[in-house]
Design a protein around this ligand. Structure first.
Ligand code: ZN
Length: 66
């Protein structure tokens, strides 16, 4: 379940462009506004089932950008 935040300036839904694992079983999601191109980064707890790939390197789950 990805909750995509809105750009406050443009009032449009941001696009998820990348997910990077960070420390303590969290991940950093980067959202880009399609209107002004600003980035919004959100650190959230990772899903418990993805603990296994913590040591295997970055796991990208980028959404398609049109
Ligand atoms: Zn914007």
């Amino acid at each position: 379940m990805n909750v995509e935040p809105n750009c406050i300036a443009c009032n449009v839904t941001r696009t998820l462009i990348s997910v990077l694992p960070v420390k303590n079983r969290h991940e950093m999601r980067s959202f880009e506004c399609p209107e002004c191109g600003s980035l919004f980064r959100l650190v959230v707890r990772r899903e418990p089932r993805s603990v296994a790939d913590e040591v295997t390197g970055p796991c990208f789950a980028a959404a398609a950008i049109q």
